[in-house]
Design a protein around this ligand. Sequence first.
Ligand code: PLP
Length: 411
Amino acid sequence: MAQTHLGLNRARRVTSLLPLLRTAIPGPRSRALARQLRRYESRNITFISEHWPIFWERAAGANVWDVDGNRYLDLTAAFGVASVGHGNPHVIAALRQQAGKLIHAMGDVHPNRLKLQLARELVALTYRRNARVIFANTGAEAVEAALKTAAIHTGRPGVIAFTGAYHGLTYGALAATARNHFRQPFAKQLGRFITRCRYGVVPGKPPKNCGAVIVEPIQGRAGIIVPPDDFLTGLRRYCDRYGLVLIFDEIYTGFCRTGQWFASEHWGVMPDLICIGKGMAGGFPMAACVGHSPVMDSWPESDGEAIHTSTFLGNPLGCAAALAAIGEMKRLKLADRARQLGEYIQARLPVRGKGLMLGLPVANPAKLCEQLLQRGILALPEGDVIGLTPPLTITRRQLDFAIGNIAKLCR
Ligand code: PLP
C-alpha cells in the first residue's frame, strides 16, 4: 500500500516536466547497451546508429528518463500507447493489486471475472449493447480475429483493403497491409484474398468472392491521413448494398486519441467489427475485436475446443490494466482533452489530423526526429510527416516547449 502511495505521489509531481539533458545524446550507457543488444537481438529489429537509440529507464506522464539520467518529452506516447500517461498511477495500482492475486488464468477454459468486466465495458463503449468481444494480445491479432469473423459470417474469403493501410505484420494482417517494405520478402507466402483500393474513395463493384472491407478511419502509419468526409459513410452504404462486413481498424485511433472515444464517431458511422489495441490498457499488451452480435454470432457455440483462441487471451493483468486505463480516460475526460489540445496545436503548427493524432509534413521527417532527440524531444516519422501523438495527459507547458522547438527547427 505504501508503495502505491509513493507511486501516486511521484507521478503527480512529475506530470509537467520539460527535457533535461545531462550527457551527449545518446549517452555513454545507451551506446554501450546498444552495442550489446546488437550482438544478441536479430539485427533487423532495433535500428542502431551514431545518433539512435536511447535506452529507456523509466517514464511518467509525458516524460521519459534514459539510462544516462537524461529526461525527455515524449510526443509519441510510445507508438500511441501511453494515452493515459506513462506509468499512470491508477494503472500501476491495478496491476500491482492483480499481480498479487492472479497473473494468468485459462482464457477460453476457466476464465477470470475481469475478462467478463472488460468485455462488458468494451461493448458499452462501442455498440452499447448487442455486441461481443474476442480478446487478443496485439493489434495484429485483433485484425486476424476480425478477418476470421468476417469469413465465418459471409463464407466469402475476399477482403477489400486500401492503399497506405497498416494493419500489422502477422500473415493475415500483413496481406491487408499495403507497404511493400513489409510485404515484399514474404510476398510468395501471402494470402491472395485482398483487393487493394484507393484510400478515401468508395470502391466500384466488389469482386464476386468479396466478404469484407477493412479500413483505418484515419490512417496512422501512412502519414496521419484523414479521409474525405463522405468516405466512411459511403463505405457503410457500400457494405450494406453488397452484403459486406465493414471492419474499422481503430487500433491507433481508438480510446480518445482523435478527440472521440473512437474515430468513427466523427462521422457517426458504426462498422460491423472494430479492432482495438494500443492505448487500451495503459501500456500492457492487450487488444480485442468487438463486433455487432448479428455478425459475431456467426461463430458456432464452443463445443469445448474453441476454433479461435490463444494461451494468453483475456489475461487478468491485461484486463485489470485496461479497466483502470478506461477509468482514467473517463475521469480525466481524455477525449475532450485530446480535442482541445489538438485544436491548440493546429492553431500553432501546419499539422493535419484530429485530436492528438496529428502529423506535421516536413521534407525529411527522420532527420527532424534526430534533431528533436538532441533537444530532448521524442518523435517518430509516420510516412511524410512527423507524428505528434503524445500521451493525452501532456500539459500545455510541455506542448508549448515542443511546438517552439519544432517551429525553430522547421524555420
Ligand atoms: N492497425 C493499426 C492501425 C496500427 O497502427 C497498428 C500498429 O501500429 C496495428 C494495426 C498493429 O498493431 P500491433 O503492432 O499491436 O500488432
